[in-house]
Design a protein around this ligand. Sequence first.
Ligand code: NAD
Ligand code: UDP
Length: 351
Amino acid sequence: MDDSNQAALSRSTVLVTGAAGYIGSHAVTELLRQGCRVVAVDNYSNSSSEVYARIERLAGASFVRAEVDVRDDAALDKLLSQHRVDACIHFAALKSVSESMAQPLRYLDNNVGGLLTLLRVLRKHGVQGFVFSSSATVYGDPVRVPVPEVASLNAVSVYGATKLMGEKILQQLTAITPEFERPWRVVVLRYFNPVGAHPSGQIGEAPRGVPNNLMPCVAQVAAGLRPKLNIFGDTYPTPDGTCVRDYIHIQDLVAGHVAALRHLLGDGASLTLNLGTGLGTSVRQLVETFMQVNGVAVPYEVVAPRAGDVAQCFADPSLAHQVLGWRAHHDLADMCRDAWRWQCSRPRSHA
Ligand code: NAD
Ligand code: UDP
């Protein structure tokens, strides 16, 4: 790691949107731990401000927080007039694939409209270092795995399309620098399947209602909150017939953001990178590992495949290692252990 980039990072102030959410809350904790100042923004559409007290306790530092919708340019403008920031990590988005198909306009407005408004206000305040949360969903059904960043892109859902549009907007901004303007520098991070929780068990994923994603479903079944897990299909062309994904520990994912920020604050070039482990894990493997490392039962039943699921998707993460020196360190057992610790210790309001 370049010492001057680390020094720039620990002197910086970072605007974090979607800061109260699953990934945002872990990122804010780690940024504070790295010595950064944080300005946190969220509209709490899928989270609660209660998480902030736990972040401050964990990090032993406080930060600025504001209830602001990223589509509200006046509120963002006011916030950035009060707090000078050096870079932005943009997590705020709606993220349910199924909901995006039922409410396409809401997703386009929130995710694409929100990005455009945010970029406009950032530019006005001279903030042009930007980290964008994208997703492996932009690869659609990959032709080959592991998937490199240069693979063809094809979003199947409206949610995926909002991420692809976001990437394209940012590509336009980084490709063209009008005369007398500072260039944008953007790192687009394509996450594979973030799971697990902070090892303290104090913060984690708190889905509202019935979770869509595999790990929170497994944890809730293990806790007896749901009678059984539905495994969506076991006749896929994979080793055990269940779908294969690249699960990545939330702490590794967050470390990737810190590395990306360090790169930007050190005047690094714009990049698009996969954040994954490079390992494919089947649904059955994940469930069995969860039961084994935690000593709990997860009753399950194989049901019909879920519409839109692809058989396998896992990353080629070598570019992130090459340019950022980043790689994932936690294994599947760590992910299952930390997900279970969070499930067992989460506050009642997040049950
Ligand atoms: P999350 O729902 O837990 O967090 C998103 C946060 O953004 C929430 O706190 C929500 O209240 C806030 N938000 C949404 N719209 C907003 C708006 N208009 N203004 C202000 N705040 C708003 O989701 P997450 O899992 O933490 O995801 C963070 C980012 O990562 C999202 O962009 C998501 O699309 C992306 N991503 C997540 C995953 C995953 O599996 N969790 C995978 C790939 C990409
Ligand atoms: N899955 C499952 N049961 C569930 C939730 C998910 O079998 O209750 C499967 C799903 O079909 C997919 C994998 O687990 O193959 C990961 O699903 P998730 O929604 O977490 O991630 P994504 O599909 O977005 O990669």
